[in-house]
Design a protein around this ligand. Sequence first.
Ligand code: SF4
Length: 236
Amino acid sequence: VSLSAVKVCEIFASIQGEGLRVGEPSVFLRLSGCNLKCVMCDTRYSWNEGKELSYDEILERIASFGLKSVVITGGEPLLQRKSLLGLVKLLNENGFTLSIETNGTIADEPAVEVCKLMELVTISPKITSFSGKVLHLNTVCKLLEELKNRVCLKWPILSREDFEVVAELVEDMDVGGDVPVVVQPAFVPGESFDDYLERVRLLWKAAPEVFRKRRLSFRFIPQLHRLVFFDIERGV
Ligand code: SF4
């Protein structure tokens, strides 16, 4: 990928279904490639699919939707941090409000530079039950340190045990009340709508106890777009 082009999986308009900005109409710029390959990933097609697009092509397609909010996601968008920087500057110059969603595994200087041009950086670390891999928190903590006031943590969980694991991690990280923390019952690829809803209900009921026990501040936000479009994999 050249420095004035980015490998893009898809660009579409939808409503933000996750995290702090849930409900906000936004354009989604989904970049190709991911360095984690989680067992529970619901956007596997983004790992390899994609086409190199020039900054101008991307700008034109984003502008065509007539929305101000742009969410840069993936895959893992910071894999392309060097070529992404110029695009982010261009989108900012054109008046778009930017946010990015990252798995928190990349925290070098170019990654931080891209993140500092965002209004909101959502770091979504993946615990072992979700990713199938051990979670290393050092890069997440570095990003939190660098990106004060424009960052939130979003944790996908599958079970009550996951909920407890996340609560313990957040407690250990000692982010205090400064960083908003979202726990997100994740959709398991292939599961039925009823099964997802049932898990969300169980986790919802467990939430007050987990919150109280740890005296931590969380927001509990299911994946709204999965509830609405549970049978549609892409473009939502
Ligand atoms: S980090 Fe996100 S995009 Fe990458 S494999 Fe995991 S869930 Fe999928």
